[in-house]
Design a protein around this ligand. Structure first.
Ligand code: XBP
Ligand code: MG
Length: 253
């Protein structure tokens, strides 16, 4: 079947939102609530194995603060997480979060070529709106036929639920799509939904196991800024464009 749609993860794939967005927002929220917690970047490498901010907070408390005094950890994590989302949106509104190389170009080229676009992420919907709105403009949210985000499904990545949800909403078969991910949890999720996946790594994920990826790249690249091929078939392409995606799709789907 022909390539019809591209489905993008958000955090780490579209932008380096974890280090400069989520981690900063968590720490600001802790401070504002008077908690003496401060997550270091090193600790955050471990905490990122747990997807979803609320689950991450609860994992942290259970593992590192077994004596933390709260009667209802779910309610506490919910409140803290709501504050963290506000902080994250404010950071995005400051407008200093660039998209990763090639992301904006590929969105535009894909649209011109008639490919359908969607998002599949575990992050909160407000965070997706804030990132896209502040980098590409609010109108760009309409470029995505489906924005599958947050708790629209009951099981977050690494479960495949969010990808199944997007495929169902778009009425597409997995073989008509390619997914873009940056992490182990991401590729486990796409693999469960049977969607072939292109990986762009980042500082949190460059040691992850990406077995099953059709290609692993340093980033999507630009005409004057070639990607580094980390794993996959040799290619003439030096940046990810629609022609290269058709090549990958023909090889793997
Ligand atoms: C990344 C995540 C998210 C964010 C936090 O998911 O694990 O949990 O770190 O977002 P993806 P929330 O790469 O699939 O987008 O705090 O809004 O949950
Ligand atoms: Mg990600």
């Amino acid at each position: 079947m022909a390539l019809e749609a591209l489905i993008f993860d958000v955090d780490g794939t579209l932008a380096n939102t974890e280090k400069d967005g989520h981690l900063v927002a968590f720490n600001l929220a802790f401070k504002e609530l008077g908690l003496d917690w401060e997550w270091s970047n090193e600790l955050y490498h471990e905490l990122l194995n747990v997807t979803g901010g609320q689950l991450r907070i609860k994992y942290y408390v259970n593992k590192y603060l077994p004596n933390f005094d709260t009667q209802d950890l779910d309610a506490f994590a919910l409140k803290l997480h709501q504050l963290k989302t506000k902080k994250y949106v404010s950071i995005m509104d400051e407008g200093a979060m660039p998209l990763r190389p090639g992301v904006e170009r590929l969105f535009k080229e894909a649209r011109e070529a008639g490919l359908r676009l969607a998002i599949a992420t575990t992050t909160t919907p407000a965070n997706v709106d804030a990132l896209i709105g502040n980098t590409l403009g609010k109108e760009a949210l309409d470029w995505f036929e489906v924005i599958g985000a947050g708790d629209v499904v009951s099981n977050l990545k690494p479960a495949g639920d969010i990808y199944h949800y997007v495929l169902e909403q778009m009425n597409l078969d997995a073989s008509q799509c390619l997914a873009f991910e940056d992490s182990y949890n991401g590729i486990v999720s796409t693999t469960e939904a049977n969607i072939k996946t292109l990986i762009t790594v980042n500082e949190y994920t460059d040691t992850h196991d990406f077995t099953g990826a059709i290609v692993t790249l340093s980033n999507l690249g630009e005409p004057d800024q070639p990607f580094k091929l980390i794993n996959g078939n040799p290619t003439q392409a030096s940046f990810v464009n629609v022609a290269y995606l058709q090549e990958l799709h023909a090889q793997h789907c």
